[in-house]
Design a protein around this ligand. Structure first.
Ligand code: MN
Length: 285
């Protein structure tokens, strides 16, 4: 199942090039009041919603996907967990390019662990990236984004994928410089998630997905999740050994080699096999 959210707050399912609006089915979600939960309610109740969504898919009116203005497929992620260096060749390029490392020590994930990005940095395809501190180098990083479906506290890698609701494409936009990663990567609009959520059953094994990123039509990044230093099940085990992962939490799994700068006016085209392609504009805030 492919689920998207629109800028005017509709939730839709996608089949081929058509969409069916299932916003009405969200009335089945349990109501909540202040203090609101820290997890995403739609993701937490996806199993309950699924039959209602399927019914809408059979009977609902269809319209065209083209031109639909999309926001991030997860409305309320509780946290954005990100892997700093999780592809061998990216580790090598980061160590060799002072413009990437900025003199910071670059070590692989098992030594440096994970970092968090502010949830306020999340946008969808149609909102685009709005650069701040645009006089400084700002890079694109394509990453497979894993959306957690059920609470995961100290899970073993063998059970980890059972906690995944689905996947989307992630862009971990990064201001280069000497400051902490979480600051440089938490700028508003610097976490692009999209174009939609593909549920885990449609992806199956996420260990051989092809990633590709072009800027203005020119290839910059091309790799496979087969080359992850810490594969997804181990990443979930590692993350959940420190903090509980909740429904709607997003794991950015790390970027492969080929990162490079973007400037206002650029157009990024990011693809991951079995998910799709998203085209994201870059502007200035
Ligand atoms: Mn990254």
């Amino acid at each position: 199942m492919r689920i998207c959210r629109t800028l005017d707050n509709r939730t839709c399912l996608i089949e081929g090039n058509e969409i069916v609006d299932v916003t009405g089915a969200l009335r089945a979600l349990p109501s909540c009041s202040y203090p609101f939960p820290r997890h995403d309610k739609l993701i937490a109740d996806l199993d309950r919603l699924r039959p209602l969504f399927n019914e809408q898919l059979r009977t609902g009116a269809r319209s065209n996907l083209d031109g639909l203005a999309l926001t991030a497929p997860v409305a309320n992620p509780g946290k954005i967990v990100a892997a700093p260096v999780n592809y061998r060749k990216h580790l090598e390029e980061a160590r060799s390019d002072i413009g990437i490392s900025f003199g910071n020590q670059v070590a692989e994930i098992k030594q440096v662990g994970l970092f968090l990005k502010a949830t306020s940095s999340v946008v969808g395809v149609s909102e685009g990236i709005m650069l701040r501190h645009a006089d400084r180098r700002t890079d694109h990083e394509i990453e497979l984004a894993v959306v957690i479906g059920t609470e995961a506290d100290r899970v073993h890698r063998d059970d980890a994928l059972q906690h995944v609701a689905g996947y989307c494409i992630g862009l971990d936009i990064t201001l280069r410089g000497p400051e902490e990663r979480s600051l440089r990567k938490s700028v508003d609009t610097y976490t692009v998630l999209g174009p939609w959520l593909v549920t885990a059953d449609e992806i199956g094994d996420p260990s051989e997905l092809e990633l590709s990123l072009l800027v203005n039509g020119k290839q910059r990044q091309k790799a496979s999740t087969a080359h992850l230093i810490m594969p997804i099940p181990e990443l979930i085990e590692f993350a959940s050994s420190y903090y509980t992962l909740f429904p709607g939490d997003v794991l950015l799994t790390g970027t492969p080699e080929g990162v490079g700068p973007v400037v206002a006016g650029d157009v990024i085209s990011a693809s991951i096999s079995r998910i799709g392609t998203m085209t994201v504009g870059v502007g200035t805030a």
